[in-house]
Write a protein of this length. Structure first.
Length: 132
């Protein structure tokens, strides 16, 4: 899938931070939070520290880190490309970016009608095998 049609992408600074966190914590994954405590921050966890459910949607892969979102939230975001960035600040309380002085931030853009039609016609991305 071309980057322009990826459901989730990352800026160079986010990719660098993903590499840093992976070096410290091993394999990681993302879950797009929609909760009250951390707003809509992309939460970063070590693999095995967050259970992905059968109703979570695999959005794609960011430099080796799978990215998921809950099915109900996906219904609101399906027309939108998520662009993961890094800004100064504190990460979510349970997210691996907490304490680094930087945090992940989700930016977004609407897919064009043509892009969304291509995405809708394409088979769903296959999530990596889950490890617990």
């Amino acid at each position: 899938m071309k980057n322009a049609l990826a459901r989730v992408t990352a800026t160079p600074s986010a990719l660098q931070m993903i590499d840093e966190l992976r070096q410290r914590h091993g394999p990681i994954l993302f879950f797009q939070s929609g909760g009250c405590c951390d707003g809509s921050s992309p939460m970063c966890y070590a693999i095995g520290e967050f259970n992905i459910s059968d109703t979570d949607v695999y959005m794609g892969n960011l430099n080796g880190a799978p990215f998921y979102m809950g099915l109900e939230q996906f219904a609101y975001w399906e027309h939108t490309q998520l662009i993961i960035d890094v800004v100064a600040g504190n990460g979510g309380m349970f997210s691996l970016d907490n304490g680094t002085g930087r945090r992940f931030l989700t930016r977004s853009r609407l897919f064009t009608d043509e892009e969304f039609n291509v995405l809708s016609a394409a088979p769903a991305a296959v999530a990596p095998e889950r490890t617990k």
